[in-house]
Write a protein that binds this ligand. Structure first.
Ligand code: AMP
Length: 400
């Protein structure tokens, strides 16, 4: 079975064609600047890479180009689009409407579109992508939607409710949803498999530390709490996002700057976090280099980051009444030995200890960095959200 995994943003379309017989990637690429001057596609296949400038007024033209790149020329990997058995789409916000991946119908697309109010930057683009995919690939190819929020749907009300008047939840669906669910699911399952255990037997904390970042407390294979909230702005500090704030801070910054409403959300999404505090960069590597060179603000960023993560790990250990496994993943979690060491150093009380030499190794699918006397397993697992989407898509299609 060949599955095309799609991740549509407002001006981009990322794709990956996966052969499910061995879960290998047949080809992948990205259409960028859709609807903007200077649009282009990059396509990787057969050991080569191509960048072609093409006019993409809408996502439909981008999809057509993806099909062309896969079926014609040196980057050709299939004879025709009919070889694609199913398409799996990444959708950011499923809210309480979708707690499982499902087949796409017109009604499903409309519901995803309607949920844009909870994820304006993402769901609109996903709905456009879904409509274009249906047009380009036709009714014969099943489309499946896989939600970033779905893995968190098991959270109990005490974890997802905000202490604001209840009508905001009842009438406007304001609550914690959590994101990066596909990644948290992938790495928690991979960690359990590596340890030779069933997910039901383990209390885990998965740390998805990328430019956007979140933690999940996964008790017995089910999420019981997660750091992101109504939107991916919540939780701990990230590359350029503030994370959780005293709500009064938001009002006060608004008063001081005159920035309001969605613009203020945008400001706290793009100008805060590592970037805002350091004034240097949102990129963890730049912060680490600057800290190494003695920059006080960069050092402060790392201190804050480790401290905030330690507090989350502590509170989730309490929430689960125990901790068996910690899993680091995503750009920072997979690559920064310094961050992993910095976070784990403060967790000795919980019995967390890492092997500092093993922690320095990189580029493995799973790196077990557990120290010899650690009571908690500490793993680094390379996430693969596209593969998780492909697996979920295959399961939905096979269950038809
Ligand atoms: P992601 O959003 O998962 O792609 O992760 C992006 C983040 O990973 C950026 O902040 C990068 O600085 C960080 N990152 C990637 N490689 C490294 C590395 N070798 N050391 C530290 N951070 C890294």
């Amino acid at each position: 079975m060949k599955i095309l995994v799609i991740n549509c943003g407002s001006s981009s379309l990322k794709y990956q064609l996966i052969d499910m017989t061995d879960e290998s990637v047949i080809c992948k690429g990205n259409c960028e600047r859709i609807g903007i001057d200077g649009s282009f596609i990059t396509h990787k296949a057969n050991g080569g890479e191509w960048k072609v400038e093409v006019d993409f007024p809408t996502h439909k033209e981008a999809f057509n180009k993806v099909v062309e790149m896969m079926t014609v020329g040196e980057g050709k990997v299939i004879e025709s689009k009919s070889e694609i058995d199913a398409i799996g789409h990444r959708i950011v916000q499923g809210a309480e409407k979708f707690s499982e991946p499902c087949l796409v119908t017109d009604e499903v697309i409309q519901t995803i579109d309607d949920l844009s109010v909870l994820a304006p930057a993402h769901n609109k683009a996903h709905a456009i992508g879904l409509r274009s995919a249906k047009e380009v690939f036709g009714a014969e190819v099943p489309n499946v939607v896989v939600f970033d929020t779905a893995f968190h749907a098991t959270m109990p009300p005490k974890a997802y409710m905000y202490a604001v008047p209840y009508e905001f939840y009842e009438k406007h669906a304001i609550r914690r949803y959590g994101f990066h669910g596909t990644s948290h699911k992938f790495v928690s399952r991979a960690a359990a498999e590596y340890l030779g255990k069933k997910p039901e037997e383990l209390k885990m904390i998965t740390l998805h530390l990328g430019n956007g970042a979140s933690l999940a407390a996964v008790d017995g294979g089910k999420v019981v709490d997660t750091s992101m909230g109504l939107t991916p702005l919540g939780g701990f500090m990230m590359g350029s996002r503030s994370g959780d704030l005293d709500p009064s801070v938001v009002g006060y910054i608004s008063e001081l700057t005159g920035i309001k409403g969605n613009d203020l959300t945008d400001y706290l999404t793009k100008k805060a976090g590592f970037l805002g505090v350091s004034g240097i960069s949102s990129d963890c590597r730049d912060i680490e280099v600057a800290a190494e060179q003695g920059d006080e603000k960069a050092k402060l960023v790392l201190d804050m980051y480790f401290y905030q993560l330690q507090k989350f790990v502590g509170s989730y250990t309490a929430a689960m009444n125990g901790l068996d496994v910690m899993v680091f993943t995503a750009g920072i979690g997979e690559n920064s030995a310094n961050v992993r060491e910095g976070v784990c150093e403060g967790l000795g009380y919980f019995g967390v200890e890492i092997d500092k030499e093993q922690n320095k190794k990189r580029g493995m699918a799973i790196n077990d960095i557990t120290g010899p006397n650690s009571k908690v397993k500490v793993l680094v697992v390379a996430t693969n959200e596209e593969l998780m989407i492909a697996r979920d898509t295959m399961n939905v299609v096979n269950a038809k």
